[in-house]
Design a protein around this ligand. Sequence first.
Ligand code: BES
Ligand code: ZN
Length: 628
Amino acid sequence: RNILYLSLLIILIWACNQPQKTTTSNKNEMNKDIHSYSNTNEVFTKHLYLELNVDFDTKKISGVVRHEIENIKTVKEIIFDSKFLKIKKVTLGKENEKPTDFSLSKHHEIYGQALKVSIAPTTKWVNIYYETTHESEALDWVAPHQTEGKQHPFLYTQGQAILTRSWIPLQDTPKKRITYNAKIKVPNELIALMSAKNPVQKNDKGVYYFKMPQPIPPYLIALAVGDLNYIPLGENCGVYCEPSLNQQCEYEFAELPKMIEAASRLYGHYKWGQYDILILPYSFPFGGMENPRLTFAHPTLITGDRSATNVIAHELAHSWSGNLVTNETWNDFWLNEGFTVYFENRIMEEVYGKEIADILGVIATQELMVALEDIKNSEHPEDSKLKLNLEGRSPGEGMTDIAYHKGFLFLKTLENTVGRKKMDQFLNQYFNHFAFKTINTEQFIQYLDKYLLQSNHIEFNTHQWIYKEGLPDNYYRIKSARLDEMNEQAKLISLGTPLSKTKLANKKREDRITSEWLSFIRHLSPEISIKSIEELDKQFYFSDNANAMIKSEWFQLTIKTGYTKNMEQIKRHLLKVGRNWLIEGIYRSLTTSKLPEHRTFAYQVYLEAKQYYHPVTKASIEEVLSSK
Ligand code: BES
Ligand code: ZN
């Protein structure tokens, strides 16, 4: 008996020491999306059908979302994400709906609530009747006077990263892709648009039908309602904007067809049919958002000289990196953005040439260096790794220049190591292989090893790039003679050389492109004299009528120097522009300024401006204002 026990014990110990075989299901377990309550490993939504009414008087969206589900583990409960929603009732079934039990967990500041619904093993349809609330963070209800035409209100949604759950109860994780249909009722004088097949004209019933037949992650479901018209720009592309912007948009985005051609030439056929741009009100928190078939764009992209078209190249690039091949969780965000910045740069090179692409590359590198320094000195130095660990934190905290620009430089360096031809072959193959799938960093590394590195006998420090802090030494140094010259002039001026004695003497602002000015301003010293600032402002009118990107950079600098004569212009900028990355830095310069009047100014202006900002921007500015 003892021998039996002993041998059993030995077998047991042996078994415990064996490495766990990873089956597909516990691999998924390991790669859990920590930002979602959903149980997609057991039961998940395949298709959504939305029937919603948009009411501008009460500022609520209400109706029903019908989930067509697949219960692979035949469980008795499906879990959805819900945040700031009023759930009225839940029913099961298609033709004859039967009420079912549901419960909502305690509200969590970041994730919201788990909505648990009882289902049967045979359940195919779950219908959730609900309405949004004034807290719903995805929604921006824009008052008529904040629109271009000033006659009609405007509504738009912002889903990325985990805000879709605040306007639709669903399994809000990029791990599972879904298709959707929608029927949206809006006021008669407005049109509804979605990240789907869109109408080109208003109808007199105010009811619009949508279909998105390609599976997408839920953060890409988007809706906009406003007084909009459509301008075709090419065979499969165009722009929606308020009618008073028609001419400006037609000029600004005229190169769109060329960009689509270039992108398709590089990494394969455009798989979404149509590519349109929608111009949003000034409160839109981003430069652009890659909602499929309908990129949402900030009005500051209308510069009059096409100097912000790289943002369009970027959002278009997401049609491959991000929308076609999607990050599995927000810890893999760099797979979306790093690839997209790289691809954006390649599109820019195709359309405008290498000199321009390199200028953008240097600008990106400059921004990365600043971010690396900030992150190194922050509470979370580990955030400079490409693969993140955002456990317990908001995905927003991972949306830094690391994902964008360290990701970009990783791919640029890889390109430089393997050569462009192999790089492009590999990327084509990658987009094809993972099309309409979600992917994590580890799957990418495996694929890279197998199809690019090992097959070509190439050594590359992938692991260091992805899992280590900081920037590896072998990063590819992009060079631009044009920027070098601008930086040189900036240094001379900072040392007190009069403008008239530099190469910028007699130049106009129009003689240099936006990126050249950005680099120039970044290389001016905070110690620069007031006299030089005034000289520069007089000659190049940065404070008064430069575009919003240049203004943002200029205002940050002038605040740091202790200059106070352009406070009116700064205030006007902050009251108008809700694009987070164009105002966050200004608020930061103000709150960290040595001048007490700068600090009070920041709080005062914010109190007035916040009514014009989207919840995303509000959260980010409040963070800046509350940190010292
Ligand atoms: N997908 C992002 C915007 C975003 C990021 C939304 C994080 C929610 C969370 C978009 O593609 C983007 O990167 N926009 C940039 C464009 C720029 C890098 C050219 C922007 O808004 O400035
Ligand atoms: Zn992006």
